[in-house]
Write a protein that binds this ligand. Structure first.
Ligand SMILES: Cc1cc2nc3c(=O)[nH]c(=O)nc-3n(C[C@H](O)[C@H](O)[C@H](O)COP(=O)(O)OP(=O)(O)OC[C@H]3O[C@@H](n4cnc5c(N)ncnc54)[C@H](O)[C@@H]3O)c2cc1C
Ligand code: FES
Ligand code: FES
Length: 478
């Protein structure tokens, strides 16, 4: 399927009929001749390809940083793309000047990515602090500088802008005034509005029957694994389909749209209300640009045995809503996986919603992940636990385990054993033996089978030690 795409690239409106599955990075470098955006890993790991993408949402222009190497160009329709060229002015911007003065750049290959991420931080957020400014560059890697100069740059600019931001009503006006952004940013909202009005018919596509082609959501799995095949196939973009993003509470349930990103889950006040540690959990999931595009449906349907969002939603005993053009059905997530990458899902079905019961007063949740590196790494083993108790007795318990089977695993037998039991070290130890019979880890780059068994046991203990410190005697578990 080819179609016309219209978007604003820096300050110019552009139109292209390139394959919608072409990566934005390839388009920028090969078609638009904007080579300031660099190609490093092409797998979402290095951040040299970082750009900003701006979109009108409820009449508000909202930006986020993304890895252009993984973004299908079809997803930029009617949006604003900002590359390093779109931030440049005749003289260096204050961020670029500080990067030079503070020794934040040497060979310079990574520098455009860092400058785009940091400029994006000031454009995206309302309040500034150094820690968050530095964190906004967590998807950018530099092989030369050792990061100290880059951090000093973030600190200096943040200290300067933080004071000014308090007295200024329009963020874009402030950033233009401070020469962080060029003047054309003042007109982008109006330009996008008129683009949307003119080209409305270009993006309407309600046809859900798209078997025999790739369905791309955030692209953070597909564009890494299958980018060459994608270019030879028809593609459907989830952003064109009726799959919503967002999180709401309704009739004692929390309902999450399939297109909701990891960042939206991390920043959701609803999730924070019931899962106060959600930010901490999601801090273990990829970099900011990855989280800005990775969707919950992509995480579940990709069926990786170590998928992190899947681990959380398995333990919440979530229900999936699957829909095709004619019908819709519901299935429990724990029944969705039939074998390695084999799902109870027809080819033309879309995962549109994920829902689960709102936790009650006596319910507790915990998520644990162990990887070779604490941050920005995939799990060796992960596990989540949801538990509902009456006094010290277990009413209901759901436990997930990742990295220990060909599928994201729901530990049915362990849960069954624990049901109605009084929480104690002895019971938890006994349950951990049942758990060992439910798993079948293999040795691979993330550890030996024995190591993964041990890890899962420790994570299982960790759930109870964290949630019920008064009932568990650690010494009795080791
Ligand atoms: C650098 C990097 C770091 C990562 N870190 C982590 C991590 O820490 N933890 C983790 O769990 N994962 C991680 N991932 C993997 C990936 O980001 C996640 O699995 C992500 O949630 C996939 O979502 P997506 O929207 O990008 O999926 P896509 O790549 O768009 O799609 C994945 C699969 O899901 C299907 N699909 C997508 N949406 C739907 C839908 N609504 N209905 C039906 N089918 C659909 C697609 O057809 C495809 O088969 C990482 C990936 C990268 C590149
Ligand atoms: S090229 Fe490395 S993240 Fe895109
Ligand atoms: S300056 Fe060389 S990679 Fe960062």
């Amino acid at each position: 399927m080819k179609r016309r795409l219209n978007f604003i690239l820096n300050k110019n409106e552009v139109e292209t009929s390139q394959h919608p599955g072409m990566s934005l990075l390839d388009y920028l470098r090969q078609e638009a001749n904007l080579t300031g955006t660099k190609e490093g890993c092409k797998e979402g790991d290095c951040g040299t390809c970082t750009v900003l993408i701006g979109e009108l949402i409820k009449d508000k222009l909202q930006y986020k940083s993304v890895n252009s190497c993984l973004l299908p160009i079809g997803d930029v329709n009617q949006k604003h793309i900002v590359t390093i060229e779109g931030l440049n002015r005749e003289e260096l911007t204050p961020i670029q000047t500080e990067m030079v003065d503070e020794g934040g750049t040497q060979c310079g290959f990574c520098t455009p990515g860092f400058v785009v991420s940091l400029s994006g931080y000031y454009l995206i957020n309302d309040d500034y602090n150094t820690e968050d400014a530095i964190d906004s560059m967590n998807g950018n890697i530099c092989r030369c500088t050792g990061y100290a100069g880059i951090k000093r740059t973030a600190n200096k600019i943040t200290q300067r802008l933080k004071i000014l931001a308090k007295n200024n009503h329009s963020k874009i006006e402030l950033l233009v005034g401070e020469k962080i952004l060029p003047e054309y940013f003042l007109d982008v909202k109006e330009k996008l509005n008129s683009l949307i009005l003119q080209k409305k018919s270009n993006i309407t596509d309600d046809n859900l029957d798209f078997s025999n082609h790739f369905t791309i959501s955030g692209g953070t799995d597909l564009m890494v694994q299958k980018w060459e095949d994608i270019l030879k196939s028809d593609v459907s973009l989830i952003s064109d389909k009726n799959v919503i993003s967002g999180i709401k509470e309704e009739n004692s349930k929390i309902i999450i749209g399939g297109a909701t990103t990891a960042s939206e889950i991390e920043d959701s006040p609803i999730m924070a209300k019931y899962f106060p540690e959600i930010k901490e959990y999601l801090s273990l999931f990829g970099s900011l640009p990855i989280k800005n595009t990775a969707t919950v449906a992509g995480n579940i349907v990709n069926a990786s045995p170590i998928a992190d969002m899947t681990s959380i939603f398995l333990a919440l005993n979530s229900t999936l809503t699957l829909r095709n053009s004619n019908s819709s059905r519901e299935i429990l997530l724990k029944d969705f996986y039939k074998g390695y990458k084999t799902l109870d899902k027809k080819e033309n079905e879309l995962l549109t919603l994920i829902s689960f019961n709102i936790p009650k007063e006596n319910s507790f949740f915990n998520y644990e992940k162990v990887s070779k590196r604490k941050y920005l790494d995939i799990a060796s083993v992960n596990s989540s636990l949801f538990i509902d108790v009456d006094e010290d007795f277990i009413n209901e318990v759901n436990i997930s385990a990742g990295g220990v089977a060909p599928i994201p695993l729901y530990l049915k037998e362990t849960g069954k054993f624990l049901s109605s039991k009084k929480i104690s070290s002895a019971i938890i130890e006994e349950a951990s033996e049942i758990l060992q019979d439910e798993i079948s880890p293999i040795s691979d780059a993330r550890g030996t089978a024995e190591y993964k068994r041990l890890l899962l046991r420790q994570l299982f203990y960790a759930h109870f030690i964290k949630l019920f410190p008064k009932l568990i005697v650690i010494e009795e578990l080791v």
